[in-house]
Design a protein around this ligand. Sequence first.
Ligand SMILES: Cc1cc2nc3c(=O)[nH]c(=O)nc-3n(C[C@H](O)[C@H](O)[C@H](O)COP(=O)(O)O)c2cc1C
Length: 88
Amino acid sequence: MKVLLVNGSPNKNGCTYTALTEIEKTLKTHDIETEIFWIKTKPITGCIACMKCGEKGECTFDNDVVNEFVKKAYDADAFVFGSPVYYA
Ligand SMILES: Cc1cc2nc3c(=O)[nH]c(=O)nc-3n(C[C@H](O)[C@H](O)[C@H](O)COP(=O)(O)O)c2cc1C
């Protein structure tokens, strides 16, 4: 079993990452394979509901980290999404 933990923070090794590593430690004690995936800092193109993903199996916009995530997502059994609150 593999769990993909998504770090949705612009900070690669910030608080969101630290929280995910705590979850990762617990998963590893149960012999669960893990990978932390960082979305980096480049803006992600919004979905325009073109539905091409249904045909292609990936996003038609190949200008951000989304398709890199999609490839890894196919091999994952579960996800943990971590996000900082930047509302202020
Ligand atoms: C611009 C900005 C706005 C923030 N707004 C909030 C907020 O509204 N509520 C909150 O609880 N924390 C807020 N925070 C604190 C972050 O959520 C917190 O520092 C978080 O752990 C940062 O995660 P990171 O280190 O992975 O980026 C804000 C931080 C920043 C930089």
